[in-house]
Design a protein around this ligand. Structure first.
Ligand SMILES: [Zn+2]
Length: 139
């Protein structure tokens, strides 16, 4: 049986002609586990990195924190920590760390039930945010 191909972070960077640091940031932002630039990522992550970095513009494609779907930024809510509040970033340009979420009740329920935002932002997110997100979907 052939040995499975290992996709190491620094090799992927070389292959795609991008900075290793950019890929590392990307993996960290999405909480994808890896140890360092010499670590290999699984095939799914490799494909994700390729799809996003090959696209040419890192900000174009994002991934939903609930269902992991990859799509263009405009299909998602951007949720940002601003000071010690979590807000829905309508402009898509608000300062701060942003995460992306499908504009679907299903994905809002997932992050509500699993308290995913609490984990990511290390803050207790109020239920109001989930109401706000659902209101926006209804609009
Ligand atoms: Zn989703």
């Amino acid at each position: 049986m052939p040995k499975p191909i290992k996709h190491r972070v620094y090799e992927i960077a070389k292959e795609l002609s991008v900075n290793t640091e950019d890929i590392i940031d990307f993996l960290n932002e999405r909480k994808i586990n890896f140890r360092n630039r010499f670590s290999a990522v699984d095939a799914e992550t490799y494909e994700l990195i390729k799809s996003i970095f090959n696209y040419g513009n890192l900000s174009e494609l994002q991934r939903c924190i609930a269902c992991k779907k990859v799509a263009t930024q405009s299909e998602f809510f951007r949720i940002v920590k601003s000071g010690n509040k979590i807000i829905v970033d309508e402009s898509g340009k608000a300062q701060g760390r942003g995460v992306y979420l499908c504009k679907s009740f299903k994905c809002v329920d997932i992050i509500d039930e699993r308290r995913i935002l609490d984990d990511i932002f290390k803050i207790q997110v109020s239920n109001e945010l989930y109401y706000t997100l659902k209101e926006k979907i209804r609009m």
